[in-house]
Design a protein around this ligand. Structure first.
Ligand SMILES: [Cu+2]
Length: 477
């Protein structure tokens, strides 16, 4: 636990300080992130100590081998087998979850047994029986999956190797100090540059009759989700999230989609009023747009909306893999002049900026904010005293409680519909399909962590990742 005694950044050098290009505010951010990580680490170490106690109890503490019992969590995805792949000799059970988008299973070559075939999010338990020390090959037996990367080694050690602090997971054998360092190093990488930026506002072509025309191409592309980690994204115009389409109320809108993905598709305008034949739900309202085909949507942007667009056909593959984007009609009215829980929103408020925050948690994109995983997530930067507006959009499979340190968020619209009674919250839970619009007042200088509060969505043994960024409040210029 040497990290507790570490001086605050700036007052002394932390052990093996990484090179950094940014200065003071980031330092504060890192300290704040460090506190968050530290809390997680402490919780983790307490849990590990507890596990160690149970193991001592079960093993009798007399060095007897073969009496240990381990349950290991193993996760399947495209195309990897990850999780706890170490255990002492003894009875071993695998708790398997398919965290991927397509069907997988888990087989053990030396034992000639395998789990059921699991659909996405499916779970199974595989009892391996009493295992001797050695290595065992795990693989997915579905054709082509092992060759694509779904192979892993399960290491079973001598029972007494595990009597001391066992940090579990892929890091058995690392000391607590080494585990601290992994976490700290991962956090000091923020903010990291990656290729590609999603949700960029798209300029329309304006036709002679005033119609605003947008062209979209859906295709599978390499997408750098975190530094050096490229995934096969299903993207509109090479972006995840796809281009941000903004139009005015009363506009005639035309959107041409060319499908270069391997499966049929369509676009549903989520939260947008359209004629039924433009709702984008093949085969009910149109034929699927096959690979290589083009289809043009056209409708009047009647009502103000904070909406989204995404594929509807094969959504469990295409949407979670990246085919989602924000769509806005008109201006969204702020609660000007209203007093909410004692705080008055200025009559003449002009926010410094208004930003989309699209959350996802599945498919090839995984746990991300605007298509990027920490440390590649974009820091939000604002001057002291300014107000900011964030629109949340959930295109994933589970809810995310989005927690902004220091500044309460005024929830003033739900799914683009202004609330008669806005409310303040420091954590806003955003379920799949939902949008929340929030306003905050950046009245305190510093770098403030901003993250999903499901802690496994922001940390793993290797360090911080996923749904974390920071709000950087600079002193008034
Ligand atoms: Cu989350």
């Amino acid at each position: 636990m040497t990290v507790i005694d570490q001086p605050a950044p700036g007052s002394a050098s932390p052990p093996t300080p990484p090179e950094r290009s940014s200065g003071g505010p980031i330092g504060t951010a890192l300290f704040a992130i460090g506190v968050l990580g530290l809390l997680g680490l402490i919780a983790g170490l307490v849990a590990l100590a507890f596990v160690a106690l149970i193991r001592d109890d079960g093993g009798g503490g007399d060095g007897a081998s073969g009496t240990s019992s381990s349950a290991l969590d193993v996760s399947l995805s495209e195309f990897a087998i990850e999780g706890e792949l170490n255990a002492p000799a003894g009875d071993v059970t695998l708790n398997i979850v398919n965290a991927g988008a397509i069907e997988h299973n888990l087989a053990v070559r030396e034992l000639d047994i395998q789990s059921n075939n699991l659909q996405s999010r499916g779970v199974d338990t595989l009892a391996l029986g009493d295992l001797d020390a050695g290595t065992y090959e795990l693989f997915c037996s579905i054709s082509g999956h092992a060759e694509s990367g779904m192979v892993a080694e399960l290491t079973i050690g001598e029972a007494d190797e595990f009597e001391d602090a066992d940090l579990g997971g892929d890091h058995a054998g690392l000391t607590a100090e080494e585990m601290d360092q992994l976490m700290i190093d991962s956090m000091l990488e923020f903010p990291a540059e990656t290729e590609g930026l999603g949700a960029q506002v798209m300029e329309p072509e304006v036709l002679a009759d005033g119609t605003k025309r947008f062209e979209l191409v859906a295709e599978v592309i390499p997408w750098e989700v975190s530094p050096g980690e490229f995934v096969e994204a299903w993207a509109y115009n090479g972006q995840v999230p796809g281009p941000f389409i903004k139009v005015d109320q009363g506009d005639r809108v035309q959107i041409e989609l060319t499908n270069l993905t391997p499966m049929g598709t369509d676009i549903h305008w989520h939260g947008i009023h359209t004629p039924n034949d433009q709702d984008g739900v093949s085969p009910y309202t149109q034929d699927p747009i096959s690979t290589g085909e083009t289809f043009t949507y056209e409708f009047d942007a009647e009502d103000p909306a904070i909406g989204m667009y995404h594929a509807h056909l094969h959504s469990q593959t295409s949407v979670i893999n990246g085919m989602f984007a924000p769509f806005q009609i008109g201006e969204n009215p702020l609660p000007y002049g209203e007093t909410v829980s004692g705080v008055t929103i200025p009559e003449d408020l002009v926010p410094a900026w208004e930003k989309p925050m699209v959350v996802n948690d599945a498919g090839t994109i995984g746990l991300t904010l605007n298509g990027k995983s920490f440390p590649a997530t974009e820091p939000l930067i604002i001057d002291e005293g300014e107000w900011g507006v964030i629109h949340y959009y959930n295109e994933g499979l589970t809810a995310h409680p989005m927690h902004l340190h220091q500044f309460p968020q005024l929830v003033y619209a739900k799914d683009g519909i202004p609330l008669d009674y806005p409310y303040w919250a420091d954590t806003v839970n955003v379920a799949p399909g939902e949008r929340y619009s929030v306003l905050f007042h950046a009245d305190t200088v510093g770098t403030w962590v901003y993250h999903c509060h499901i802690l496994t969505h922001v940390e793993r043994a290797e360090g911080m990742f996923g749904m974390v960024t920071a709000l950087i409040v600079n002193p008034k210029p």
